[in-house]
Design a protein around this ligand. Structure first.
Ligand code: DX5
Ligand code: ZN
Length: 218
């Protein structure tokens, strides 16, 4: 199977020391760093504006993957691209014009992703796959780390893998991913696994065995 990439979410990291936390996960083999942007409107939580993402940038050696849980999303795409995102993911539910949103992300020169909440069908992204480098399947209702994995999304991942075929589009899974659920989603066809609490809440990243040794146990 394609090499599985781990994208630790810094939403569960120590908010007083992001530099150290980012270095720690990258030293442990993380390929991507997942930055959860929340606006307190699209989701009931509030996190990082463009200035914060800009501050993270110099500490991230790998891919800085910015997950925008905001609505409207279009007015902020430029700012997050400027802040240094390598990949910007917008929610299909964030507004009526996801095709235009993905075009706008691509126009910044960044990679584009589209995210689906657990209740949203795959059909919602069928006509924008040609604009995507990644499809994010939420396996929790967005807003918080440490929630329980929603198992119905495993079937969605498998069907999405079929829909994508051999196109170079990542399937990213986000929410409740840990050593038990990671093999399920990888087998179904996911190749980028976001993990927040499984990586950071275990005390330190060294104590997190996520999948296939990507984030090694001590
Ligand atoms: C939730 C975020 C997820 C979250 C994952 O809205 O999009 O990235 O940080 O956290 P865990 O891995 O703890 O479920
Ligand atoms: Zn996320």
């Amino acid at each position: 199977d394609r090499r599985i990439k781990i994208a630790p979410s810094i939403l569960s990291a120590d908010f007083a020391d992001f530099g150290r936390e980012i270095r720690a996960v990258e030293e442990q083999g993380a390929d991507w760093v997942h930055v959860d942007v929340m606006d307190g409107h699209f989701v009931p939580n509030l996190t990082f504006g463009p200035p914060a993402v800009k501050a993270f940038r110099p500490h991230v050696k790998g891919v800085m993957d910015v997950h925008l849980m905001i609505a409207p999303v279009d007015p902020y795409i430029e700012a997050y691209a400027e802040a240094g995102a390598d990949l910007i993911t917008a929610h299909v539910e964030a507004g009526p014009h996801v095709h235009r949103t993905l075009q706008a992300i691509r126009a910044t020169g960044k990679k584009a992703g589209v995210a689906l909440n657990p209740g949203t069908s795959l059909e919602a992204v069928e006509y924008v796959l040609d604009l995507c480098d990644l499809v994010l399947v939420m396996s929790v209702n967005p807003g918080f780390g440490g929630q329980k994995f929603i198992h119905s999304q495993v079937d969605k991942i498998a069907r999405l893998r079929g829909m994508i075929g051999d196109r170079p589009i990542h399937i990213q899974v986000d929410g409740g991913v840990d050593a038990n659920t990671a093999p399920l989603v990888a087998k179904a066809g996911a190749d980028v696994l976001v993990a927040g609490s499984a990586v950071f809440r275990g005390g330190s990243v060294a104590q997190a065995e996520i999948y296939g040794g990507n984030i090694r146990a001590i």
